[in-house]
Each structure stands twice: as C-alpha cells, then as structure tokens.
Ligand binder design. Sequence first.
Ligand code: URA
Length: 486
Amino acid sequence: MYALVLAEDADGAAFRDAARRCIAQGLAPGAVTFSADGNAPLLPPPPETAEATPPAFAVPRAFIELLDNVACHSAPDRFDLLYALLWRIARGEPGVLDQANDPILGRALDYARAVRRDIHKMHAFLRFREQPGEDGPLFTAWFEPQHHILRRALPFFIERFATMNWLIVTPSGSAAWRNGEITFGPGAPRPPEENDAVLDGLWNTYYRTIFNPARLHVGAMLREMPKRYWRDMPETRAVPEMLRQAGARAQSMVDRPADAAPRFATRIAERRAEEITARETEASGEPTTLATLRDQAAGCTRCPLHKHATQTVFGEGPPRAALLFVGEQPGDQEDLAGHPFVGPAGKMFNKALGDAGIDRDEVYVTNAVKHFKYELRGKRRIHQKPNMSEIKTCRWWLSRELALVRPRLVVALGATAAYALAERTVPVMKERGTLMDLGAHRGIVTVHPSFLLRVTDAVVAATEYRRFVADLKTAARALEKLGDAA
Ligand code: URA
C-alpha cells in the first residue's frame, strides 16, 4: 500500500493530476491512499515510473463537478472516495454516477452536499467590517467554514463586491481582493472581538426591519442560521429581544385595521374582467387565453420534436406580465418537470434575476421552442440546438403567447430566442444590453444563462455573470422608463 500526500490546499485539479498518474501505474483503489491537510501516513509514496502519459479516458462533466465539491470536504477519506469512483470510470464501467445505491457514490454525494451548504452559509453569514487600508478602506471579514471552501466561495464575493478592496481570512487561508486582483495568503485564528458601531448598527437596523414576528419559527431559524455563526454576525445580538417581543408584535399586527386597497387594485380588477370576457368569447378555435393556448400546445405535433420529448413545456408567469423572457428550449429537467427554467440554467437565471432586483414571480418565462431536442448517448440525453425550421414552426406558439401576455418589454436569452423574436439573426455579443426592436416588441438581447455554466475559469465566470446581471438590470430600468411613458 502506498500513500500519496497532496498539498495542504489541494483542490479538485491537484487531485485529478495525482489520480491520473496513479491510474497510469495501475494502482487499484486498495493499493494507494491519498492524504492532505498536513497528514502523512507512515506508508511509502508510489514508485516513480517511466510511465509519463496518463491514460486518456473521458470523465463525465457531472463527475468533475462532484469532484470539485468533494475535494473541498474536510473528511480525510474524501480523495480515496473520489479515487475509487475515478478508477471505475477509467476502466469504462458504465453509469458509475447513476447507481443510486452505491455506498461510495452515496458518501461522495453527501460530502458534495455538505460543501455546497457550507459555501451557501459563507455567502449568507460572512460580515465585512471596514478598516482603514493603504489605498482607501479595506473591508475585512473573518469566517470559519467547516470545509476547505474559501476558493470555491470567492466568485460570489468578487462579483458582488468587485469595486471594493477586501480581505477574507479563515483559519486555514485568506484571500485578498485589491484593485481588481485576487491574491491568496495564510490563514489566521479568530481575531479578538471588535465592535464596529456603525456597521453593526446598520446590520441591526436591517435585521429588525425584515424580521416578521407573525412568521416566527424558532426551529427553522436555528436550522438555517445555526448559533455557531452568530458570534460574527452583529445583527444576531438583536435576536433575543425580538424573540421576547414577537408575540406582542404579532398580536398588534392582527389587531390593526386593514389598510386601504392598494392603488393598483383597479388594474387587477380590470385584468380579471378582460380574462373573463376573453374566456366567454372564445369560440372560434383561435385561443384567447393563455390557459387554452397552453392546453392546445400540449398536443402540438407541428414539428417532429414532439415525438421524443416527454411533454410540451409551455411558458409560465403572470398572464399580463410586463416583462417577458424567452429562452431557447426546455432542457432535460424541464422536459421531465414540464416547467421552463427549473434545471441548472434555471437556477443560474433565478440567481441573476434576484441579483438584478427582478422577481421571477412577476415575469413571464417561456422558450422559443417548446419541446426538448436531444441526442441519446448511452442513457444520457444530450441537448441539441433547434434548427431554423423548428424555431419558425414553434413561433406559432410564441407569437400567440406574446399577443396574449402583451409584455411591455421582452428579453431574449441567447441567439435562438433573439432569432425567434426578431425574425433575423442578432449578433448577441455585439448588441447585448441595448434597447432595440425585437419584432413588434421593444426588447433587449443578452446571453443564455447556460453560457455562464460553460465558463470554467472562475474569474471569467464571475465577470460574465456580472455582465449578465448588468443586462438584466438594463432591462429592468428600460421597463421602468417604458412604464413611465405608457
Ligand atoms: N434552457 C432554456 O432555454 N429553457 C429552459 O427552459 C431551460 C434551459
């Protein structure tokens, strides 16, 4: 048995290199063990061999993602688990990642989940404090993650706080963002408790404002925000007092007389009336409501794509939304769920919408093509771009959705959507983010969220994400202006 000792901060890529060399030497999982975090078992390292070229084998994208997360876990056996899986993939075993009952895969998935959760906690609970720095204020934060997630959590902070200089310190490493560049340094223990009255006051005010005593659920709150994070979160000092007062405040909310109807209530009533009239006058077969249009689309056989897809994935959102987004076509998960943008691209889309201050519940989201087009490779359904004829055929549905929703602004997510809306090829990278005519509608084109998922370099990914959010913000501002003009 050999031991391969990885650097203390070894990530997925470092492990991959080492593992490929071990596979090249034919070292089965039981013959080599991996260690990191400064632990070195009393075992010899694998012998140096002349074998320089690791074997070529394809690794599924899902495995790389799993590997990058699992490699950050703090469990000492994380690399051994990964090696056991990689070994099987290298030997051509089919469906290594599809075996739901496989205990090794199960443990790796648990580790990946724990790492994702830890990253989420770091994003949510890290608090910067302003300090005087050499070239202006330096925002510093100390945070203790449970796993080695600092590098994986960084793109979020780079994207959010790109224009500030900041330093994040954890017990095992630190990262500094100064004038647009990231550098890594050593970690440090928790600093003595400081009290930055201004920042702490702001957090306290914010927290008190969003705290709703009528929706208090202490168990859920503690699950989401475990106590061990509280020490570095100034606003949590307000929690005990707010808990004490919650009952009385909730009662006073109940006792308060109802507010007057909001000023947009008449518009809601008008819309309702329009919908009812439309339903009543619907006789000719040409759908006059989204509900009937959706029902008809469910049986669409206008092009051959319906033959292999699970179901039609129709648009969703408020029937008279002011803002309407068009994607390309449903993906694998959308095809199974029957809803647009619920898979990985959908998650990216939701996050960007949130960061642009747009509420997904208030926008209508649809696709240029309503059936999933794919190619079967083994058991996997690999996305295929729809062709011009499929886009043109499916425009029958899109044009009717647009006619019924009557959005004030449309946003094309990617070239296929832009083509479907504008009925011409739009150079997305050149024309993104500018208000233009897209067919009969005012609109904006931007990239498709799945483009962001394909960028592998973390810094480029953060930049592209920022540009995408900026385009969405442009759309939100344009909508406001159009609203004012209407
Ligand atoms: N990509 C799209 O264009 N649409 C979806 O609904 C999902 C992914």
